[in-house]
Design a binder for this molecule. Structure first.
Ligand code: SF4
Length: 346
């Protein structure tokens, strides 16, 4: 059920069957160009494709020009209420505007729509639990999936009435089931690309789980064209989490996949430390291999038969195996260096 329509954000297509794009929002002041550029570079190294920046004032809007010049990154300007900031951001080179036309004086909407059209910048309209009008809250008796969808459709209509259709949509709630229900309903009713995520999902640990449930359920339904994991944590964590969710949904193959056993009463070596250290040391390795870290030789190699390489723990040592077949024994202290050396040879 991939969205039929697509939009282009500074060279990144979302919708129309394009791969799901990971995005994040900068946590530094947009007007601090150095900090913004630094964060964009770090996020880009992690695979972030689209970068949203807050535009609370003219300085932030104008800073987009320098940020674009230094990074060339697709930039989304996040605007609330003030149409002049949208115009300033577009003038500075923003590739997309996130604004709700329902929050603007009606006579200003055509001005923003025309400026976006001229620049080829799409508009994201969004509905979330906190943005619903009093009328919709009364009509639906609170924040419901139907109310969120109606709110998004109202905003789309305002733009369509200005002859503007370069639109993507987000429907978010801090509840994963409500977010999923709203996005499913919207996908049945309109063809626009969907930005999916559970808003204000929470701190790193709980927020990742909540996001994985909400985003994961939608992705498995084939719904969602761009993803943001919204965490009370540095945006770098959001990007890493987004890729983990995409990988778990089968939509992304990490360069190195580590499979590790949950450990049990048979485990005699420190599998937890080994798996974590290996994951850290293999970050950035671009090999497309599967590495297994298993706790015992009884079940380990068999359970990890399709791994390219791995170890199965013994008592103070481990069996090195390749494609499920044993190769040789190594001491526990040598497990990490040996695995790194063997992976280097692959
Ligand atoms: S691989 Fe061995 S140690 Fe790990 S969970 Fe399975 S049986 Fe237990």
């Amino acid at each position: 059920m991939a969205s039929l329509k697509s939009v282009n954000i500074g060279g990144v297509t979302i919708g129309g069957g394009a791969p799901v794009a990971v995005q994040s929002m900068l946590s530094v002041k947009t007007s601090d160009v150095k900090a913004s550029v630094g964060q964009i570079c770090r996020l880009r190294d992690l695979g972030c494709k689209i970068f949203r920046v807050a535009v609370p004032d003219v300085a932030a809007a104008e800073a987009i020009a320098e940020i674009k010049k230094k990074t060339g990154a697709p930039i989304v300007a996040d605007i609330h209420f003030d149409y002049r900031l949208a115009l300033a951001a577009l003038k500075a080179g923003a590739d997309k505007i996130r604004i709700n036309p329902g929050n603007l004086p009606r006579e200003r909407v055509p001005i923003v729509a025309a400026a976006c059209k001229e620049r080829g910048a799409p508009i994201r309209v969004g509905a979330n639990g906190g943005s619903l009008s009093k009328e919709l809250l009364v009509k639906y008796g609170g924040v419901t999936a139907e109310a969120l969808v109606d709110s998004a459709l109202e905003n789309i209509k305002i733009l369509n009435d200005c002859d503007f259709d370069d639109i993507c949509v987000s429907l978010k709630a801090s509840s994963a089931p409500l977010t999923v229900a709203a996005c499913r309903l919207f996908a049945l009713r309109a063809p626009y690309p969907l930005h999916i995520g559970v808003t204000e999902a929470g701190t790193e640990q709980g927020g990742v789980i909540k996001s994985a449930v909400g985003i994961g359920a939608l992705l498995l339904d084939g719904i969602g064209d761009t993803v943001r994991v919204s965490l009370t944590a540095p945006p770098e964590k959001e990007v890493t989490a987004a890729y983990r969710i995409l990988a778990a949904a089968g939509l992304y193959t990490p360069p190195v996949e580590i499979i590790s056993c949950p450990t049990c009463g048979r485990t005699r070596i420190d599998i937890v430390s080994i798996a974590n250290e290996l994951e850290e040391r293999l970050r950035g390795v671009n090999k497309h291999i599967k590495v297994a870290v298993m706790g015992c030789a009884v079940n380990g190699p068999g359970e990890a038969r399709d791994a390219d390489i791995g170890i199965a723990g013994g008592d103070g040592d481990a069996l090195l195996f390749k494609k499920g077949a044993p190769v040789r024994k190594i001491e526990e202290k040598d497990i990490i260096p040996v695995l790194l050396e063997e992976i280097d040879k692959l």
